[in-house]
Every structure is written in structure tokens, then in C-alpha cells.
Design a protein around this ligand. Sequence first.
Ligand code: GSH
Length: 212
Amino acid sequence: MPARFTLHGIFLSGPVYKVALMLSLAGEPFDYVHVALREGAHKAPAHLAVNRFGQVPALVDNSNGNSLAQSASILEYLADKLGRFGGATLMERIRAREWMFWEFDRLAGPIYRSRAAALGFRQFDPAVLAQYRTEGEAALATLQSMLAGRDWLVGEAVTIADIDLYGVIHYAREGGFDIDALPELAAWEKRFKALPGFAEPEALLPKESRTA
Ligand SMILES: N[C@@H](CCC(=O)N[C@@H](CS)C(=O)NCC(=O)O)C(=O)O
């Protein structure tokens, strides 16, 4: 019998990690389908049937057949279905959503692209790379100031906003960003890593498909 959720992804992907992390923090085992991006499997009909954008992650809810795309939206779906990390009130849910839009607008691009360049996955003109560094540092400085005096991004408890942003921050060091120079952010990262169910990408995302 399949697990309730099947995650389609690739082990190197931050957006895929976010979804696996949410499932792990919620104590929800999941089946995993490795999508061979290098071979173009994400553009093949079988994958387009679960993610019409031809990207990873995709999540299938085997209890009702829903297939879901876009990591932040998947986190919202899981928060709703599992009753975890969604925020205690309407305004907390909205604040969490604001953070997730901000993450995509300001944080993910510069951090993920700087990391991809550092690992040799992508090449950028040096001026473009310098621009990503400036933008990434500005976004990290925003986070540093917004976290002053708070444990979590929204309300008093961890929410999908923290999970979503952690799925980017985790890769910042690989991109050459100095998180330890930002004490509020580094302390938040430490709190996040101490949560029950937290695991590193290597522990959550295998290099091959597997069942729960
Ligand atoms: N906004 C999307 C981004 C997903 C994304 O960029 N996934 C990458 C892997 S990290 C991908 O599938 N790249 C292949 C492509 O876009 O064709 C999300 O958060 O799910």
C-alpha cells in the first residue's frame, strides 16, 4: 500500500527539500520518485501529469489523487491537510504567505543561483553573479533585522514560513554567504535544526526512488 504522499524530486533541489522537510517535521512518511532532470524526465508526459510546469517538486496525495506543484503552495496544502505549521489565526496564515512570496521575490533567486554557480551547475557573467551577491546579502540583512527579538518568523511557533525559508537558507553557505556573521539569523537556523523531525537533505532525499 502506498504512503499517503508521494514526493517527486531530485536530491539537489532546495524546493524539493522544503517539501520533504515539512513531511518529516510533521512525522509523515512518504514515497519518493527520483526524477532524472539530466535525462529530461521532468519534461516527459509521466512527470507533466503530476507537475504541469515540468518542474520538481511534485507531490501526489494518494488519498484523493490530487497532484500539486510549486513548493510554497505545496506547504500550504500540507499545512491544511495535516493541521500542522499553518499558523494559529487567519492573520498568521496571511503573514506566513507574505513571507513565502517575499522568499521567492527576494531570497531564493540570488541564493540558489549563487550556489548553483559555486557548485559549477550553472555559469553566469561575473557582473550578474556580483548582482546576485548584492541582492542575496540584502535579503539576508532583512531577515537578520526581522528576526531580532523573535524565535520564529510568524507568531510564537514554527510555521510553513520558517520551513519555506529554511529550504533556501540551508543552501546559503554553499553559495558563499556568511550566515554566521548574522547572529539573529544564525540563532533561528540553530532553533530550526533542533526541531523534532528535522533532517538534512541527504537524509530525506535519496538518489533513487524508494517507498516509505
Ligand atoms: N518555484 C518552483 C521552483 C521549482 C524549480 O525551480 N525546480 C527546479 C529544480 S530545483 C526544476 O525543476 N528545474 C527544471 C526546470 O525548471 O525546467 C517551486 O518552488 O517549486
